[in-house]
Design a binder for this molecule. Structure first.
Ligand code: S6P
Ligand code: ZN
Length: 187
């Protein structure tokens, strides 16, 4: 019997046992323009790690019909009343979907359709989140522990970060009286 291609740690979401794992680290310096209080973000130590991503590429990027598998680890932390969160993106091929699953910690999956309508789902260990076509996605860590989640998406999906960088989401997840709440930009 052959060994599995990859090991997935069910408690931490850590990937191991394969050389085709790519590691990306996002620090506060990579999150320019993402938070409401840009002045505060830029005044904090820029090498602070906000999140890390491990991606397993069993096929080449762009392969039609292929799948990628990745784990994201978001540190607890805040910039003003906003939680540490991922940059967020649409898929470049807008009809490509994705599935997330919470593994450790608690978070919020923030979703936005192309009209700017924004909503969010609670993430916790074992929560499964289908992300439909043409829906931008971003995750915030709303807890005090590291948040980790699993993602599986098509190898030809690609990432459009520019649209989010330019226009943001239709609402921001902010800590209001100690509770995470989506707040419209103009409120
Ligand atoms: C890829 C998937 C995730 C994210 C990761 C980091 O399609 O959605 O692996 O890449 O959670 O988020 P972002 O927005 O910085 O790529
Ligand atoms: Zn994605």
């Amino acid at each position: 019997m052959l060994e599995a291609a990859l090991q997935f740690n069910l408690k931490t979401a850590e990937l191991s046992g394969n050389s085709e794992i790519q590691h990306v680290v996002r620090t506060l310096s990579d999150l320019k323009g993402i938070f409401r209080d840009e002045k505060l973000r830029s005044s904090l130590p820029q090498n602070t790690v906000a999140y890390k991503v491990q991606t397993f590429f069993p096929v080449k990027e762009g392969t039609n019909g292929g799948l990628f598998w990745g784990s994201t680890f978001i540190e607890p932390g805040m910039i003003g009343d906003e939680y540490f969160m991922t940059k967020g993106h649409f898929h470049e091929l807008r009809d490509r979907t994705e599935i997330y699953m919470g593994v450790a910690g608690v978070g919020a999956l923030i979703l936005m359709d192309e009209s700017g309508r924004t909503w969010c789902e609670r993430m916790h260990p074992g929560s499964v989140h289908p992300i439909q076509a043409r829906v931008a996605h971003r995750v915030a860590n709303v807890g005090t522990e590291q948040l980790s989640f699993l993602a599986c998406w098509p190898a030809d999906a690609g990432h459009d970060y520019e649209t989010i960088q330019k226009d943001g989401f239709g609402a921001r997840l902010r800590c209001v009286n100690g509770v995470p709440q989506l707040v419209e930009e103009n409120e």
